[in-house]
Design a protein around this ligand. Structure first.
Ligand SMILES: C[S@@+](CC[C@H](N)C(=O)[O-])C[C@H]1O[C@@H](n2cnc3c(N)ncnc32)[C@H](O)[C@@H]1O
Length: 225
C-alpha cells in the first residue's frame, strides 16, 4: 500500500498579485512550458481526434497557450475558454489577438456553475492543469456532462499526487532549475492534485460511468472519445 500525502488544496482563480501580474505569468509560462503546450495540443488530437468543425470548451485556459496551440493545429475548431480569473481572460484575449488567431472567445466564470453555457453546446471539452484548482470537482464534472453533447469528447490533463519515488525524484531535481520560483509552484500544484483513484471516486459520485481515467509517471488524464 502506497503512502500518499493528504491533498493540500490550492485556491481557485489565479489573479494579479503584488509579486506578479498575469501578463508576466503568461510570458513565463510561454517560455518555460512552450513544448508542454504543444504536447498537450498533440495529445488532444491523437487521443480524442476532434470531429471537424468541433465546438470546443476549454476550462481554466489561464493565459490561453494550450487552446491557442490546439487551434493553430486545427484551424477548423471553434474554442470558448472559461476561466474564473478576469485577469487571465484579459491576458488570454490579448494573446489571441497578438497571435492573430480566429475562432477563440473567452468568458469569465466558474466551471462549477457554467451559467452562460447551454446544455449540449460542445463537441469537446478540454482542460490543462486546472483541475487541481477546482473547489468542487464533482460539480464541475456534472456541468461538463451537461454542456457536452451526448456523443461529445473530453480530454482533461493534470498532475497526479501519488507519483512514485522516481517521479518524486525528478520533480525534486528539476524544480531546482526552473526560474521565477516556478519550481515551488510546480510542487504546490502536485500537492493539490488528485490520484487516479480519487478521480475515479469523484466520477462515481457524480454518476458518470463512461469517462476513462488514465495515468503515467507524473500525470493523469480523464478522457472520453
Ligand atoms: C494553473 S492555471 C493553468 C492555466 C492553463 N490551462 C495552462 O496550462 O497554462 C489554472 C487556471 O484555472 C483557473 N481556474 C481555477 N479554478 C477554476 C474554476 N473553478 N473555474 C474556472 N477556472 C478556474 C485559474 O484561474 C487558472 O487560470
Amino acid at each position: 500500500m502506497k503512502n500518499i500525502k493528504p491533498r493540500v488544496p490550492e485556491g481557485g482563480a489565479i489573479e494579479d498579485g503584488p509579486v506578479i501580474t498575469m501578463e508576466q505569468y503568461s510570458e513565463i509560462m510561454k517560455k518555460q512550458l512552450g513544448k508542454e503546450y504543444l504536447r498537450f495540443a498533440e495529445n488532444v488530437i491523437r487521443r480524442v481526434n476532434p470531429v471537424v468543425g468541433s465546438n470546443v470548451l476549454e476550462i481554466g485556459p489561464g493565459p490561453g497557450w494550450a487552446g491557442i496551440n490546439l487551434v493553430k493545429r486545427r484551424k477548423d475548431l471553434r474554442l470558448t475558454g472559461l476561466d474564473a480569473s478576469a485577469d487571465m481572460i484579459r491576458v488570454a484575449t490579448s494573446n489571441v489577438n497578438k497571435e492573430g488567431i480566429q475562432g477563440i472567445d473567452y468568458l469569465v466564470g466558474v466551471a462549477e456553475k457554467m451559467v452562460d453555457l447551454k446544455d449540449g453546446q460542445f463537441d469537446l471539452v478540454i482542460s490543462r492543469d486546472s483541475l487541481h484548482h477546482w473547489e468542487e470537482p464533482e460539480k464541475v464534472f456534472k456541468e461538463i456532462k451537461r454542456v457536452l453533447k451526448p456523443d461529445g469528447k473530453l480530454y482533461i490533463h493534470d498532475s497526479r499526487r501519488d507519483m512514485n519515488a522516481f517521479g518524486g525524484l525528478m520533480v525534486a531535481v528539476f524544480s531546482r532549475f526552473v526560474p521565477h520560483n516556478m519550481g515551488y509552484f510546480w510542487k504546490t500544484s502536485i500537492a493539490a492534485s488528485y490520484t487516479p483513484e480519487e478521480i475515479a471516486g469523484i466520477l462515481k459520485k457524480a454518476g458518470i460511468a463512461d469517462w476513462q481515467v488514465d495515468s503515467d509517471l507524473m500525470d493523469l488524464t480523464i478522457y472520453k472519445n
